[in-house]
Design a protein around this ligand. Structure first.
Ligand SMILES: Cc1ncc(COP(=O)(O)O)c(C=O)c1O
Length: 390
C-alpha cells in the first residue's frame, strides 16, 4: 500500500514528549517521527486487542525467526535464538553493559559528540567517562584512531561505547573504519558495545555493517555486544522494547544473569507483537518512509544553502537527524536555542551531545513536508534578523 506521510496528525494532549507546548511551536527535535506507524503493525496490535487476553507472555518462536530473518537477509548477520536477549530499551541496556564489562571507577570511552545517554549512563553508574573527539573532515565526522588509542592506554579503558550509525553526526561507519577500531580494541583488550538502533535508517549510497559480524570473524565476539531495536526504525518508540545480541555463550549467560538481578529481561505483549509484525511485514513502509526522509533532507539542505548559507550542514548518511554548525549565528549555546524557541521552532541544542556540540544544533526532518517547511521558515526568521557574528 502507498502511505501518505504528508498527513498532519494532531499529537497534542497525547502525552507526546515531542509535542510538549501550549502554543503552536513546531518540534524539529527529539528522534521521533510524526508519521503513523505501518498498517501491518497497527493491525497486529488490533488483533491482540480483539483477542482480549493480555496475560503474561513470552517471546514466541515466530518472533525469534522474524529477528533472525531481518538481520540475516538485510545485513548478513548470522544470529541464532541463543544469541538474542530482550531488553526494555537500548538505553537501559547501555547501563546494563557497564555492569557486564566494568567495575565502579573503570574508564569507559565514548566519542564526542555522542547521543547524551552514552555519557550520562556512564557517569550515573560510577564509571569514569573518557571522550575522544570526532574529527571533522570534508563535512563528515571521522574516528580519530590515534586519539582513541592514546586514551585507551592512558586511562586503561575497559569499555568502548560505539554508536553505529552515529547520532548526532549521521555517519554510517565504513567496514574499514570499524575494522580499524576493532583491531585497536582487540589489541588493548577493550570490550565494545555497539548501539545500532539507527541501522535500518541507513540512506541510499551507504552500507551499514553490523559490528558483531566483524568481531565474530576476527575471533573477538566474546568481548562484543550489539544493541538494537525496532522502535527507531518503525517509529514505535512509545511501545518500548529492544534486543541485545551477543555471539559468545559465556557472554550471553553473563548478560542474562545481570538482567535477572533486576528482573529486566522481559517485554510486554504489545512490544513482542509490534516487534514481530514490524520485522515480518514492515519493510514496505520502511522503504517508503526512507524515500520521504531523503526528500525532506534535500528540501532542508536546499533551503539552508539558499537562505542561511552560513550554517554548515552535515548531510546524514543514516537517520533523519541533521547536524548543523550554527556558530555564525551566536556565541552562546543557550542563546542560540532560545532564539529558535522565540521563533516557535525547537531543535536540539548540540552542546547536550558533548563539548564538540558547542554552537551546533540537531534538526529532525521526519515530519510532513508542510510542517518541515514552516519550521525551516521559522529557523530563517530566528537567524535572519541578523545577529550574525561574522
Ligand atoms: C543512538 C541511540 N540509542 C538509543 C536511543 C534510545 O533507545 P531506547 O528508546 O530503546 O532506550 C536513541 C534514541 O534516539 C538513540 O539515538
Amino acid at each position: 500500500m502507498a502511505y501518505n506521510f504528508d498527513e498532519i496528525i494532531d499529537r497534542s494532549n497525547t502525552g507526546s514528549i515531542k509535542w510538549h507546548y501550549d502554543d503552536d511551536t513546531i518540534p524539529l527535535w527529539v528522534a521521533d517521527m510524526d508519521f503513523k506507524a505501518a498498517q501491518p503493525i497497527l493491525d497486529s496490535v488490533q488483533r491482540v486487542v480483539e483477542h482480549g487476553i493480555l496475560g503474561y507472555t513470552k517471546p514466541t518462536e515466530g518472533l525469534y525467526e522474524s529477528i533472525i530473518n531481518w538481520h540475516g537477509s538485510r545485513y548478513d548477520l548470522a544470529l541464532e535464538k541463543q544469541n538474542i536477549l530482550f531488553s526494555p530499551g537500548v538505553v537501559p541496556s547501555l547501563a546494563l553493559m557497564m555492569h557486564v564489562f566494568t567495575e565502579i571507577g573503570d574508564a569507559v570511552l565514548v566519542n564526542d559528540p555522542i547521543y547524551t545517554p552514552f555519557m550520562t549512563k556512564t557517569q550515573q553508574n560510577g564509571r569514569t567517562l573518557i571522550t575522544s573527539a570526532l574529527k571533522e573532515v570534508d563535512s563528515k565526522l571521522h574516528l580519530d584512531m590515534e586519539d582513541i588509542e592514546a586514551k585507551i592506554v592512558e586511562h586503561k579503558v575497559k569499555l568502548y561505547l560505539l554508536c553505529n550509525p552515529h547520532n548526532p553526526g549521521g555517519r554510517v561507519w565504513t567496514k574499514d573504519e570499524l575494522k580499524g577500531l576493532l583491531t585497536l580494541c582487540k589489541k588493548h583488550n577493550v570490550a565494545i558495545v555497539s548501539d545500532e538502533i539507527h541501522q535500518d535508517l541507513t540512506l541510499s549510497g551507504h552500507k551499514f555493517v553490523p559490528f558483531l559480524k566483524l568481531a565474530d570473524a576476527a575471533g573477538y565476539a566474546h568481548r562484543v555486544v550489539s544493541l538494537t531495536s525496532m522502535t527507531k526504525t518503525f517509529n514505535v518508540a512509545g511501545i518500548k522494547g529492544s534486543m541485545i545480541f551477543a555471539k559468545d555463550d559465556a557472554l550471553i549467560k553473563k548478560i542474562s544473569q545481570q538482567q535477572h538481578l533486576n528482573d529486566e529481561y522481559e517485554l510486554n505483549l504489545f512490544a513482542y507483537t509490534v516487534m514481530q509484525s514490524a520485522y515480518e511485514e514492515g519493510g514496505e513502509w520502511l522503504e517508503q518512509v526512507l524515500a520521504y526522509i531523503e526528500k525532506n533532507i534535500d528540501i532542508t539542505l536546499d533551503f539552508l544553502a539558499w537562505h542561511l548559507p552560513d550554517i554548515k550542514v552535515m548531510r546524514p548518511e543514516a537517520s533523519y537527524l541533521i547536524w548543523l554548525d550554527c556558530s555564525a549565528y551566536g556565541e552562546d549555546d543557550q542563546a542560540l536555542y532560545d532564539k529558535l524557541r522565540a521563533a516557535k521552532v525547537e531543535l536540539n541544542s548540540g552542546i547536550k551531545y558533548g563539548s564538540e556540540g558547542h554552537l551546533k544544533m540537531r534538526l529532525n526532518v521526519a515530519c510532513p513536508e508542510a510542517l518541515l517547511r514552516e519550521g525551516l521558515n521559522r529557523v530563517y526568521a530566528a537567524f535572519s534578523d541578523n545577529q550574525k557574528t561574522g
